[in-house]
Design a protein around this ligand. Structure first.
Ligand SMILES: [Zn+2]
Length: 209
């Protein structure tokens, strides 16, 4: 469904949402879901008038976000971007999630391009490290694509399950930084439904630690 006239939530990616942004730079996908869903995603995007895909931006390289990027790259010749820090984590075992090893071990690996500067195709890149070594959020026209910085459940913002967070303290700092730096009125996490709000609060999580 369209959450804004030019921003689409890909329904068949429930569980780890893919979002599509349409502007004068073409169609940009935020993440690409678990492997094995490429044709279904492509069909839904086409039905919504959102193909060809011009580029894919990864919030991070966990497999529920990277799974179908290689398919879209093959089909549309699009570039697949990630942060410089996240790129480091694809080759340096120390920087992967808890030494989990190559994040593309079980996923077809697209050719990766490192993001430069703090904006691409009119979309702002906001560093938000912690969930992974180089996790980032994206901001476009007041919509914050939060990736796995947080999630939502039943209309409430929640912390991701602790076993999925690489560095919890760093992640908390990132949340505060995003609140300072980003002006938004719609929060679109990967896990959970979009939520109309303008702040991500963490004080209760910190108090409860
Ligand atoms: Zn995820």
């Amino acid at each position: 469904m369209f959450v804004r006239p030019n921003i689409y939530k890909v329904e068949c990616t429930d569980g780890s949402y893919v979002f599509a942004i349409q502007n004068q730079e073409g169609v940009t996908l935020i993440d690409s879901h678990f492997p094995g869903k490429a044709e279904e995603i492509d069909a839904e995007l086409t039905k919504a008038g959102l193909t060809p895909v011009s580029r894919i931006l990864f919030t991070h390289v966990d497999m529920d976000h990277t799974g179908n990027a290689a398919f879209f790259q093959r089909k549309y010749g699009c570039k697949v971007y990630l942060s410089a820090r996240e790129f480091e984590s694809t080759t340096d075992p120390v920087k992967t999630k808890r030494g989990k090893g190559d994040p593309f071990e079980k996923v077809e690996k697209p050719e990766l391009t490192v993001l430069e500067g703090n904006e691409i195709a009119g979309i702002k890149v906001i560093p938000a490290y912690g969930h992974t070594y180089g996790h980032v959020c994206y901001l476009f026209e007041g919509v914050l694509f939060a990736g796995d910085l947080i999630c939502t459940e039943n209309g409430v913002i929640k912390e991701m399950a602790l076993q999925y967070i690489r560095d919890r303290e760093q992640s908390w700092e990132a949340i505060e930084k995003v609140d300072e730096q980003a002006t938004f009125d719609l929060l679109c996490p990967s896990h959970g439904e979009p939520l109309a709000c303008s702040k991500i609060t963490v004080s209760e999580w910190r108090e409860g630690r």
